[in-house]
Design a protein around this ligand. Sequence first.
Ligand code: FES
Length: 179
Amino acid sequence: MACLRAISRTLAQQHSRCLAAGSLDVAAEQTLVAAGSRISAWWRPSGVRAFSVAPQDSGESISVTFKDEKDGTEQTVRVAIGKSLLEAAHENEIELEGACEGSLACSTCHVIVEDQDYYDKLPEPDDDENDMLDLAFGLTDTSRLGCQVVASKELDGLVVRIPGATRNMAVDGFRPKPH
Ligand code: FES
């Protein structure tokens, strides 16, 4: 698994460098996209990563507000304790992308915590999350990956913003969010 993670990172870095240099031709782009997609499809690192390893739902829930910077919409939903913000967004048809489905192989689930006090309540992001956050569009001091933020009682009332664009270097570089 560590090997796959390294390959995935290398692909993302190569893609990023080529895009920056303007030297990525169509064939190379297709090769990188295909390889990145295959790895993302079946790679699941250990620890709290993919949806399925989130703590069990205890039956309680908290209030979380998602503000979409793309269209200015705002939606407050109930999120069961133990669920990630990415899961909650998808259950409520909120446009938070999540291209790698919580495998920490993209930054398309980037969210920005509005209130520093709430941000401080979150467990520190680990190195893998920080690596992906470094690739996120519009990174801020209170940025997190939505797939790694898990609902807990103390987060009741959390407000997060969804940036108006995403950047998924492992798959397709920068792109505006779909309408
Ligand atoms: S969905 Fe890819 S890192 Fe969160």
